[in-house]
Design a protein around this ligand. Sequence first.
Ligand code: 2HA
Ligand code: ZN
Length: 282
Amino acid sequence: MSTLNNHHTIAWHHPLDIPFIHEMAKITLCMWRSGWDERNGGNISCILDEQEVARYLDITHVKRTLEPAFPVAELAGKYFIVTGSGKYFKNVMDDPESNLGVIRVSADGQQLEVLWGLHNGAVPTSELPTHFITHRERLHIDPQHRVVIHNHATYTLAMTFVHELDERQLTRTLWKMCTECIVVFPDGVGIVPWMIPGTSEIGRATADKMQHYRAVIWPQHGIFGTGNSIDEAFGLIETIEKAAQIYMLIAHLPRRQNITDGELAALAAAFGVTPRPDILQL
Ligand code: 2HA
Ligand code: ZN
């Protein structure tokens, strides 16, 4: 790897010295170790600040351009670090340049400009349509939004086989599994129908849900979580997954006690969060 060292960029010797690349390598390895990203499962995209990218990479040098599935004028000029299509999360730490990419949406929104990584002709994640439309929707709602993470969280996926796929019912069940849940996702969890992954259609359906939720479940497939940072988006998925794990551990056992709806309402009040209405039965 060459060392860039001019007036605008900081000298660095290894991609893992770059904070936003190191953070992606760390989180992909963590997700793979959790068993949520078998083979090439899962994908991440994170909006980067132009100044932050320019500190480490030459943003005037476009290595190659790619066609997005559809024009993304609303994201024009934005920088993203993304996982590569078909890449294995377990390999990112050892070879970030083959498995990740830093891209910029061109000024007219018609092209993706590769600035770093995606070596050997690699392209961004197959779920880029879902990521892009989700970024667009979440940015409308929260200008601080930055991150979309998708993985195949095991118990969340298992739960979609045995629990009703009703957003209110599923959210209420999850809230009751761990005390922290209603505080972490007071807006609940959205669900789309089973659909073919990788398509603009599932992207649109997911992003429609993202107007109301920060996490969306794809039945029998996995979960999408969003947030203002990788920690926040990952923490959201982790918390939902923990609740789903508890559910799968106890669903078939007799229940002796529960967190009541009244207790959940009191908890939300104590932590200053407003739960999505019409879920708690008070
Ligand atoms: O990246 O997880 O949904 C592979 C997938 C597709
Ligand atoms: Zn997937």
